[in-house]
Design a protein around this ligand. Sequence first.
Ligand code: ADP
Ligand code: MG
Length: 260
Amino acid sequence: MIQQQERIASLCEQLKMACLATEWPGLAQQAAQDEVSFADFLEKLLNRELAAREQRKRATLLKLATMSAVKTLEQFDWNAGSGAPKAQILELAHLAFVERAENVVLLGPSGVGKTHIALALAYRAVMAGHKVRFITAADLMLQLAAARAQGRLKEYFNRAVMAPKLIVIDEIGYLPFGREEANLFFNVVAKRYERGSIVLTSNLPFTQWAGAFADDQTLTAAMLDRLLHHAHIVQVSGESYRLRDKRKAGQAARRVTGEK
Ligand code: ADP
Ligand code: MG
């Protein structure tokens, strides 16, 4: 019996069925108790292995996505007074835009939930089995500049810009780009145009984007042209959730101390 268990464990290892190796004795015992058929037992076993494999794949994809945090739409408070267009965002969460290589641009002031929504869309895409990459515009620039300095720009583009099915670039416009950076960013948008989705967030309305792109009106127009050709613009308005939280904490503290 022990020998047989060892042989099965070895077979599972060779077949790379790690879950099955540990789960089969329990499932076999259960099957004997319930007097189910061999076929039912086998089906249950294979389903268990498949589920474990899919979970491992999602865990790997989540790691590769380098998200700054895991945020979900279920955690998003639609009644927070923020003007997040719920129907539009829930529609985007079906991820048809990813299949169609369309872009999403989340615009609005600081603290209204743009990054939260972008992270939530990224998370949905990971759970759907897509290769996703989340990066801030500033980090993307650092990585692009480093790759270029090392003469590995092409390799970087293939691996980090083109390979993901969805790339999320957070915080366009917080730090204005220099001329070279603006050119590199243009290339990111141009290369992915009609080939892969980009989700962007920005606190700047499009009319002010040139200011963040080295004041180059021509380059900015050409970039926006590609970016917005197949794009969903999500305007998020309202009060900063961070400030709202702070204000609420302040009110609570005042209530406790009896202060007005
Ligand atoms: P932005 O990117 O627009 O500056 P964030 O997405 O970073 O804002 O939001 C700031 C913080 O507030 C984050 O921790 C985010 O999870 C939270 N937050 C913002 N809006 C909401 C909301 N409507 N419901 C729940 N949490 C929110
Ligand atoms: Mg943000």
